[in-house]
Design a binder for this molecule. Structure first.
Ligand code: PMP
Length: 362
């Protein structure tokens, strides 16, 4: 979270001021979600997100709950029947590029006939299979990708154009750890979803952006609160939305605009990630095994060639104020997450520490 946003939220916590600065006598957590104050907060968050990400009018923005993992079930419950034959389960195709797309693939098996269009598992998730070689079924309702694999540090630097691959399937994108870090090509997208807790705000809010023509195909078993059409028809207020998380996300969206918008964030994210990859690639101690053309700008996993130094590396980092560098338990090593709120100075401090540590252990 940007410090500025936390400070603003703290100053408004007990008594929220509207855009004219007039205090309303209650904090955001105390408001009715249907009262005019919160309705204005929610509408502002939605319209700022739409303008920041240049989301076209024929896409709905839904504020939901349940996070990315819940969407792994909610997406097939809503979209798998799009192109299904009567009496048959819908077909859903997946591209495996790491742990998160793998989880999505496994969950969708409960609701649809799944199929692997491509997988990078054999190379240890260090590359993205060339879209030209994806085996997309002609009857697939959608193709699911994870645009940034948070654990393996693999990112799509361009979204695939399924039409040009000869497919009418919708593209579903898990953008949990990529959203708002760079512009998004909506022309290629049917639906995108993500938990807010990386680049958008605190945990508890899930953002879904869905093309209108994909609504209205939910399976009968889909809970009403998770039916995109119902959520859209009620302006994300079918059930009580995560009001405080929406308010905080709105403050983050305002902050992003003050930073110069998404193009400015992208430039900053390129600079941050390049500084770290360069330090890794020019060192004799650290290594990142992801193919250079799909390395993530948001999550940089790296390993110490001498794993016996891992604990000393983490202890020294923590003493230098560099926190949360331990890699995900499923892959080990280290991981630096460079979300929007991380500054270039923060990355430079990490690089300086890494170089110093390497010198001391050469
Ligand atoms: N997808 C991606 C790409 C993620 O990084 C995460 C969480 N780290 C998830 C899905 C799961 O999200 P949640 O914990 O919000 O369910």
């Amino acid at each position: 979270m940007p410090q500025e946003v936390l400070a603003q939220a703290a100053s408004e916590m007990l008594d929220w001021p509207d855009t004219t600065g007039r205090r309303c006598g209650m904090g955001v957590m105390e408001m009715s979600h249907r009262g005019k104050e919160f309705m204005s907060i929610c509408a502002h968050a939605e319209s700022t997100l739409r303008s920041l990400l240049a989301i076209p009018e024929h896409f709905k923005i839904l504020f939901m709950q349940g996070g990315g993992l819940a969407e792994n079930a909610i997406v097939p419950m809503n979209l798998s029947a799009l192109r299904a034959q009567p009496g048959h389960r819908g077909q859903t195709d997946f591209v495996l590029t790491g742990s998160w797309s793998q989880k999505s693939f496994l969950e969708a098996q409960r609701y649809s006939e799944t199929h692997l269009a491509a997988s990078a598992q054999a190379c240890g998730f260090t590359d993205i299979p060339d879209p030209a070689c994806w085996q997309i079924r002609p009857g697939a309702s959608y193709v699911h990708i994870c645009s940034n694999e948070t654990i393996h540090g693999v990112e799509f630097h361009a979204l695939p154009d399924l039409k040009s691959l000869g497919s009418d399937a919708a593209l579903v994108v898990d953008f949990s750890s990529q959203v708002a870090s760079r512009p998004m090509d909506w022309g290629h997208v049917g639906l995108a979803f993500g938990g807010a807790q990386k680049n958008l705000g605190p945990a508890g809010l899930t953002v879904v952006v869905v093309r209108e023509d994909l609504l209205g195909h939910a399976l009968a078993i889909c809970p009403s609160a998770f039916n995109y059409q119902t959520v859209a028809a009620n302006g994300s207020m079918y059930n009580t939305p995560p009001t405080y998380a929406i308010y905080m996300a709105g403050l983050v969206f305002d902050w992003l605009q003050r930073q110069g918008g998404i193009a400015a964030m992208e430039a900053k994210n390129i600079a941050k990630s390049q500084a770290l990859y360069q330090a890794i690639d020019t060192s004799g101690l650290y290594v990142n095994r992801v193919h250079t053309d799909c390395r993530s700008r948001m999550n940089v996993p790296f390993f110490l060639r001498d794993e016996a130094l891992n604990e000393a590396f983490l202890t020294g980092a923590s003493a230098a104020g560099l926190l949360q560098l331990k890699g995900h338990k499923s892959v080990g090593g280290m991981r630096a997450s460079l979300y929007n709120a991380m500054s270039l100075t923060g990355v430079q401090s990490l690089v300086a520490y890494m170089q110093d540590f390497e010198q001391r252990h050469a």
